[in-house]
Design a protein around this ligand. Structure first.
Ligand SMILES: *Cc1c(COP(=O)(O)O)cnc(C)c1O
Length: 369
């Protein structure tokens, strides 16, 4: 039985390093030059991850990831624009909900939760509706772990002369995205996912021209990325109270990211985690929901055991008592549970988590997998 803090195998908040948590032990003032240098350095480093310093601005925003998604749509889609929302899970549905709440015109295209959107789908949809100005896409749909083919979709959108908004919340920092090759107006991510910071701020990479032309678009004062950016350029400060501890932790997490070897190393570690998890669960007879070809190394959805003695809540509590936090499934049709591969964990922890699952299934006398 573990008495230490449990390991989070969840897609954010996730397990952070002691060094990252230690960076939060200082109270920073928002006028402090050194704090403002932290913010500037953060934005610079984040842009470098996508090779975007020439083409894009990095605009940080207080709040969870959804705040930044809402801010990107509200700021970058003109009030008379129309968004095509590509959906194969809960986060795609959330994009559509945001458009609805903000009063932006939109249409949706939905595929099954185990079926990626394709570039030819998007080609056909854009040809059929010339009124569409923007396309919104989830890169890795965290509700299953499915990867959508971003570069191919981005190219088709560019060929049609339309604008792309990418929710890359759960993939940024781990899966390669190159702004010099993938055309987009906005790419959105957050502190508490693959960069292994703590939750509390999002950031939007906005194409410079798109952001400069976006004055007055936004429905909201606090969510206005154009305003946030303009103020930050002028003063070096956040427009409203900054999440100082979150910024300091993310800065420290980025130092470790670079020490580890940057994106290729982070990608490899998560891919190893994912493989160790898939192999271990397969040895218990537990099947993953997605075929490996469309499985991103971020989070894995597993079919729940069929045995009536299996109940997620009981399973979750017992695995937690052994030191691991799992994640419930998010599918409506099939009973599943999820295990994250991201965070400050490696293959040893993934194997230990599989062992804990094996012991718990035995304790629960779950025989029929
Ligand atoms: C985590 C996540 C978000 C943001 O969710 P919050 O709960 O607001 O942090 C958005 N999109 C995807 C794909 C995510 O994985």
């Amino acid at each position: 039985m573990s008495t230490a803090a449990p390991i989070l195998l969840t897609p954010g908040p996730l397990t952070t390093s002691a060094r990252t948590r230690q960076a939060m032990m200082v109270d920073w003032g928002s006028w402090d030059d050194r704090f403002n240098q932290l913010t500037a350095s953060l934005c610079e480093q984040l842009l470098a991850i996508i090779n975007g310093s020439n083409s894009h601005y990095c605009v940080p925003l207080q709040g969870s990831g959804t705040f930044a998604v809402e801010a990107a749509i509200g700021t970058l889609v003109p009030r008379d624009g129309k968004v095509l929302v590509l959906i194969n899970g809960a986060y795609g549905k959330r994009l559509a909900k945001i458009c609805e709440v903000l009063g932006r015109r939109f249409s949706t295209f939905e595929t099954a939760e185990d079926e990626p959107t394709t570039a030819s789908d998007v080609d056909r949809l854009l040809s059929a509706d010339p009124g569409i100005t923007h396309v919104a896409l989830i890169h890795c749909e965290t509700s299953t772990g499915i990867l959508n083919p971003l570069p191919e979709i981005a190219n088709v959108i560019a060929q049609h002369g339309k604008r792309l908004i990418i929710d890359a919340m759960s993939s940024f920092g781990a899966l390669p995205i190159d702004a010099r090759q993938v055309p987009f107006d906005a790419l959105i991510a957050a502190s508490g996912k693959c960069l292994e910071g703590v939750p509390g701020m999002g950031f939007v990479f906005a194409r410079k021209e798109a952001l400069s032309n976006a004055a007055g678009n936004c429905h909201s004062l606090a969510m206005d990325l154009h305003d946030q950016h303009t103020y930050m350029v002028k003063t070096g400060q956040w427009r409203f109270t900054p999440p100082t501890h979150v910024v300091a932790a993310l800065h420290e997490a980025l130092l470790q990211y670079n020490e580890e070897g940057g994106l290729p190393a982070r990608h490899q570690r998560y891919a190893n985690n994912c493989q160790a998890l898939l192999d271990g669960m397969a040895s218990l007879g537990i099947r993953s929901f997605l075929p490996e070809a469309i499985q991103a190394p971020i989070i894995v959805t597993f079919h729940a055991p069929k045995d009536p003695r299996y109940q997620f809540k009981d399973f979750y509590e017992r695995v937690k008592a052994k030191g691991f936090i799992l994640y419930p499934g998010k599918l409506t049709q099939v009973e599943t549970f999820r295990v994250g591969c991201i965070g400050h964990v490696n293959q040893a922890e993934m194997r230990a988590a599989v062992n804990a699952v094996a012991e718990v299934l035995q304790e629960m006398e779950v025989l029929e997998i």
